[in-house]
Design a protein around this ligand. Structure first.
Ligand code: SF4
Length: 191
């Protein structure tokens, strides 16, 4: 949703999907992570493919991994292909997982981590008030989008659209319909 509302609507409202090199790489990474089950290593118990839910946010999902440490607090870890990105979609997804765990387990989850396949490093994400507020806003906007059943017009952003697996379906160069018609009429008049 935060990455691109149109992409979110194409996937969830229109049930469209396409794979590209980036999604394939992510799928392979998750196939390794999504084996499920639980393991204990170095004093940390890790549950994999953990179902999550928040009635307050109206969200359900699956966390790649939730660690339980000595302080008894759950610690969500989300695996991502690539490296840290300029947009905040990964942070919001992780924070939503933390907020789900808080509601489900009646506890406090102050932070989690994003693991990036390309850098092979974890990035700690603190669930501060600003990120929590952004996560609530994104959840509200997503619900409004799903209820509307509408698919927003594309907004072409070269880097973002180049990485998007739905680019062929989306046709972002066309822009919104009205501007496309306007361009076509002007071209026809000039001809
Ligand atoms: S191609 Fe660009 S505008 Fe279209 S869905 Fe993907 S990111 Fe969004």
């Amino acid at each position: 949703m935060l990455y691109c509302p149109r992409q979110c609507a194409l996937i969830h409202n229109e049930r469209q999907w396409a794979e590209n090199a980036f999604t394939a790489e992510g799928r392979v990474l998750h196939e390794r992570v999504d084996a499920g089950g639980r393991e204990r290593r170095l004093g940390v118990t890790t549950g994999r493919s953990v179902p999550l839910r928040s009635d307050r946010l109206g969200l359900t999902g699956i966390a790649d991994a939730v660690e339980l440490r000595d302080d008894g607090r759950p610690y969500p870890v989300e695996y991502k292909r690539g490296s840290p990105k300029a947009h905040r979609a990964d942070e919001v997804q992780l924070c939503a997982q933390g907020m789900c765990l808080e509601e489900m387990l009646d506890t406090v989850v102050p932070e989690g981590a994003l693991y990036y396949g390309r850098t092979r490093r974890r990035q700690v994400v603190l669930f501060g008030s600003e990120l929590r507020g952004l996560t609530e806003q994104v959840a509200e906007r997503a619900h409004a989008l799903f209820q509307s059943g509408r698919t927003p017009a594309p907004i072409l952003e070269a880097r973002k659209c180049a990485a998007c697996s739905l680019r062929e379906l989306c046709q972002p160069e066309i822009g919104d319909g009205s501007r496309h018609v306007e361009r076509w009429v002007l071209a026809a008049i000039d001809a």
